[in-house]
Design a protein around this ligand. Structure first.
Ligand code: ZN
Length: 68
């Protein structure tokens, strides 16, 4: 299984955060897109989404299989 890495451009650090977002122009309100972020990029990515009003939630990302 390959490790989950940060979604920031050029970053290959392991992700420790999930940024859950939704673009109301593209997605139904209950839909969640997920970006993964390392500690360094959590703030830059969440600022990016927050500035557009897309950011819904930031939760810790547990490595390994996630129970559904
Ligand atoms: Zn990163």
């Amino acid at each position: 299984m390959e490790p989950d890495t940060c979604s920031a451009k050029g970053c290959s650090a392991p992700a420790s955060w999930q940024l859950q977002w939704n673009n109301p122009k593209l997605h139904t309100p209950d839909r969640r897109k997920v970006w993964l972020a390392c500690d360094v990029h959590r703030s830059t990515l969440s600022d990016f989404l927050g500035a557009r009003g897309f950011l819904k939630d930031v939760v810790p990302h547990e490595p390994g299989p996630t129970p559904t």
